[in-house]
Design a protein around this ligand. Structure first.
Ligand SMILES: Cc1cc2nc3c(=O)[nH]c(=O)nc-3n(C[C@H](O)[C@H](O)[C@H](O)COP(=O)(O)O)c2cc1C
Length: 447
């Protein structure tokens, strides 16, 4: 199975309130390079395929029309820029990948193309772009730019990506000659002149960065509406799925594979990784105690603050003890609404759903290393897909625990290769779970 650690450059990334736990940020600070060096080394020690950094650009203010609770409970804030973390982490590692989030809503494609090409050089082909279209209206206000409607955002994103790809492809891999004798650094005949004129974006002139080790960053995507799945089927190489039932997982995978085929690609050209919250300890009792501590740290207000922002709906208008209300659709993250309406029992109270989202968003996978491995294995067997995005809680200890307790168990079962078999992130993701394992198995047999 492919594995990623899910983080953001924040004091309180995905499981709200976990900064309060005694084992959180032990002696480390989320805003310091040493912390990120530790994160990167821990991931690489566990042979994790990639670190996955989420991002957004606002202090949520949907709940009660105010950002006070967001700040009071550190609901995914403060948030720093994740991009500068990548060179810091790359310097202390050789193999782990770095997928980071950047929206197509605000910055010009030329800027994005240049940044990712630069990072791909600096990491020697280990970088990926989680392309998001931005669903939060407050993010638009933050940039002084109203958000387009849902489907326009995806149309714009497709053109944005097309321009980036044109820029990345414009230097032939052998365009740099660096010939000291002749004094020719590059062959201009191998560097295309861009003349891109689209509906939303344009760019003229030659790109500034030579062909990078991967050529283009790996493209990841997390939209899960119909339009999001179609976009993923056409463009993404890795999809971050979030479902709470194996039925929902199966449907999601089938839809993504169907969209890939419809776009003329192989069905497994898109790898689906599921968001789960692994909570592991030496004993089941201790793991359950940890889970309870995580849940206890999430107040109802914090949960409602987070879910209101995801759905672009002020949930303070509804009774938290009553079942999830009919909100009549969402201009926010449709995938989350689908999970709520399709995967949770209809009588689940709003407060329970909200607190669950703030306790990591994904299903909890709890127990001893063997129990966690069992659950991960059976989720893939029953739900399909290619691996997991491991949503973090107590940082950085939850990653150390997964690396040191669960990874050896997964390796023993042949679900993870013994080390890194591929140089670039794309090669690793494309090879996929089974083929990596089979290659490792064959190598072992030959040895
Ligand atoms: C599991 C998951 C993780 C996401 N992470 C981010 C993120 O880090 N930043 C962001 O702006 N949007 C994030 N999104 C939002 C999506 O990228 C997308 O913009 C949004 O879901 C709207 O598309 P949809 O209606 O197709 O789901 C995430 C969505 C899901 C389901």
């Amino acid at each position: 199975m492919l594995l990623a650690y899910f983080l953001s450059h924040s004091a309180s990334p995905h499981t709200v309130g976990q900064w309060r736990l005694p084992r959180s940020y032990q002696g480390l600070r989320y805003d310091r390079p040493e912390y990120w060096e530790h994160v990167a080394r821990t991931a690489e020690r566990g042979g994790i395929d990639t670190i996955f950094l989420s991002d957004s650009y606002s202090i949520y203010e949907t709940f009660r029309g105010s950002s006070d609770d967001t700040l009071r409970y550190a609901v995914q804030c403060p948030r720093h820029d994740p991009l500068p973390l990548i060179p810091i982490m790359a310097r202390v590692t050789q193999s782990v990948g770095f997928v980071t989030t950047l929206s197509t809503a605000f910055l010009p494609p030329f800027w994005t193309a240049r940044t990712f090409a630069t990072l791909d050089h600096l990491t020697e082909g280990r970088v990926g772009w989680n392309l998001v279209t931005t669903a939060g209206e407050q993010e638009g206000r933050q940039f002084g730019q109203p958000l387009d409607d849902h489907d326009t955002r995806y149309r714009r994103a497709a053109e944005y990506l097309a321009l980036c790809q044109t820029l990345w492809d414009s230097w032939a891999p052998d365009a740099v000659l660096a010939d000291r004798e002749s004094g020719e650094f590059a062959d201009p005949g191998k560097i295309a002149k861009i003349d891109f004129q689209g509906e939303y974006f344009s760019s003229q002139g030659r790109f500034t960065v030579p062909h990078s080790p991967q050529g283009r960053p790996l493209i990841a995507q997390a939209g899960s509406s119909g339009t999001g799945a179609a976009f993923a089927g056409r463009h993404a190489e890795l999809v971050f799925g979030l479902r709470h039932s194996t039925r929902g997982m199966r449907e999601f995978v089938a839809r993504v594979r169907h969209e890939a085929i419809a776009a003329g690609r192989a069905p497994d050209a898109v790898r689906v990784l599921w968001g789960v919250v692994p909570i592991v300890a030496e004993t089941r009792e201790e793991a359950l105690r940890k889970q309870q501590a995580i849940r206890d740290n999430v107040t109802v207000e914090a949960g409602l603050t987070m879910l209101s922002a995801f759905l672009n709906v002020d949930l303070s208008r509804y009774d938290p003890a009553a079942p999830f209300p009919d909100i009549g659709g969402t201009s926010g993250i449709r995938g989350h609404l689908a999970t709520i309406t399709e995967d949770f029992a209809a009588d689940t109270p709003l407060a329970v759903i909200a607190r669950h989202f703030a306790a990591g968003q994904g299903p909890h996978v709890v127990g001893t290393p063997a129990e966690v491995a069992d659950q991960l294995q059976s989720l893939l067997e029953e739900g399909g897909g290619d691996g997991f995005i491991l949503i973090t809680h107590a940082l950085p200890t939850c990653m150390d625990e997964f690396t040191d307790l669960v990874v050896p168990e997964l390796r023993r079962r042949g679900l993870r290769p013994p080390g890194y078999a591929h140089k670039t992130l794309r090669e690793r993701v494309q090879a996929g779970p089974l083929r990596v394992y089979r290659a490792a198995e064959q190598a072992a047999r030959v040895a």
